[in-house]
Design a protein around this ligand. Sequence first.
Ligand code: ATP
Ligand code: MG
Length: 446
Amino acid sequence: MIKKFIRRVFGLDSGTPQRVPARTHGVTREQLPAYALKVCDALRGAGFSAYVVGGAVRDLLLGIPPKDYDVATDARPEQVKPLFRRALIIGRRFRLVHVMFGQETIEVSTFRAADAAAAEKDQHGRVLRDNVFGSIEEDARRRDFTVNALYYDPATEEVIDFHGGLADLKKRLMRVIGDPETRFHEDPVRMLRAVRLAAKLGLTIEAKTRAPIRGLAPLIDSVPAARVFDEMLKLLLSGHASACLRQLRAEGLHKGVLPLLDVILDQPLGERFVTLALAQTDERVRTDRPVSPAFLFAALLWHEVLAAWKANQATGERTLPALEQAMDTVLEAQCEKLAITRKLTATMREVWALQPRFEQRSGSRPFRLLEAERFRMAYDFLALRAASGEVPEEIEAWWRSFQAADADTRAEMLLPESAGPKKRRRRRRRKGAPDGAPDASAEPAA
Ligand code: ATP
Ligand code: MG
C-alpha cells in the first residue's frame, strides 16, 4: 500500500489502466478511416495487438478531425512490413513502419520503452537515444502528455487510459506524464508542444506542468535548430498561430525560437503587422487555403529587416545595398537558432527585395515588376504593410487596380517620370553623393 503510494507520488506508477467502453467515451469504429481500421485489423489477424494512439485518439475524443493516424503495436517492424502490400521500414534511430494506402500514410510503431536511466543524455539531461522496445505500459509512460497517451482498440472500441488522460480531457487540461521538470529536461521541445497543443485544442496547461517552463525555457537552445524549426512550422501552420505566439511569449519561450520577437512586438507598427500576418494565416489554414511558410517567416522578421535597413542607410549606405545587408544580418542571426531552410530564405529575400519596387510607378518598371516570379506574394506582403499602416494605403490600392486593369488603363495609371531613370543615372555617376539613395520614394516609411 505504502509502496504503491510512493510509486504513484514519484510518478513511477502508471496505475492500473482503465479500459473505457465506447458508450462512455463516445468514439465508435465507424469514426475511423478505413485504412486505419485495415492496419489494426491486419495486425490483430496476425496475432498482434494494435491500437490507434496519440493525437488521433485525443482529437477524436474532442470531436476534432485528426490530421493523421498513428498505430502502436507489439509487432516488431520486420513483422509488420510483410503484412502490407505497400510498407516501408524507416528511421535509423528508432525503426518504424510507414504503411501506404493511396495518398494516406499511416505510421506503425512498436511499443517502446523510455528507460530514463539507460537512455543516453546530453549535459542538460536531454535524451539523445531511447530505442528500446517495450510493453504498452512503458510506451504510454514515454509519451509527453496524459491526453496523448490514450490507446484506442478498434476491435473492442475501448480506450485504454494509463495516466488519467480521459479525465484531463474532460477537465480540458494538458498535464505532463511524470515530473514536468524531468520530462522537459529530457526533451525541451515538449514545452513548445504544450503551448501549441493547448492553443490548438483549447486546453489549459495544468499549473504543475506550467510552473517550470519559464525557468527551463533556455533549454530550447540545446535542441538541434532543425527540430525547433519543424516544431515552429507546425505551430505557425496550426491555424492557431496567433494564440500560440501569444502564449509562447507569456511563457518566455519565444526567446529560444524567435529571439527578437520581443523587440518586434514592442514596436506598435511591428506588432500590428505581425498580428495581422498571423490572423491572416490562421484564417487561411482554417478555411483550407494554402499558406506559404516563406511568406509567414518573411512577415515575422520584416520589422527587424526594416530596422536594420534604416540603420544601414543612416550610415550612408544606398537604399538597395542597405536592404541587402539588412536581409543578410537578420537571416544570419535567426538561422542560427531556427535553421530556416535555404529554399525558404531564398523566397523570403525575393519578397523583401521586391518591396521598394512597389514605390516606382512610372515608365516600364511597374510592368517589369508584374512579371517578377514572386510578384503575387510580394503584393500580398505589400497589402499587409499597408493594412498595418507602414506604407500608404494608396500605394496598395494603386497596385490592386493596376493588376486588374487592361493595357490602356494601365498606361493611363502610370505616374509622371519625375524621379525617373534619368535622375537615377546621374546620381549613380556622382559616386559618394551624401544621400546616395537612387530613389527617395524607396525609403522605408516606418
Ligand atoms: P498533432 O499531430 O496534432 O500535431 P500529436 O500529439 O499527434 O499532435 P505527433 O508529433 O504526431 O503529435 O506525435 C504523436 C504522438 O507521439 C503524441 O501524441 C505523443 O504521444 C507522442 N510524442 C510526440 N512527441 C513527443 C515528445 N516530444 N515526447 C514524448 N512523446 C511525444
Ligand atoms: Mg499526430
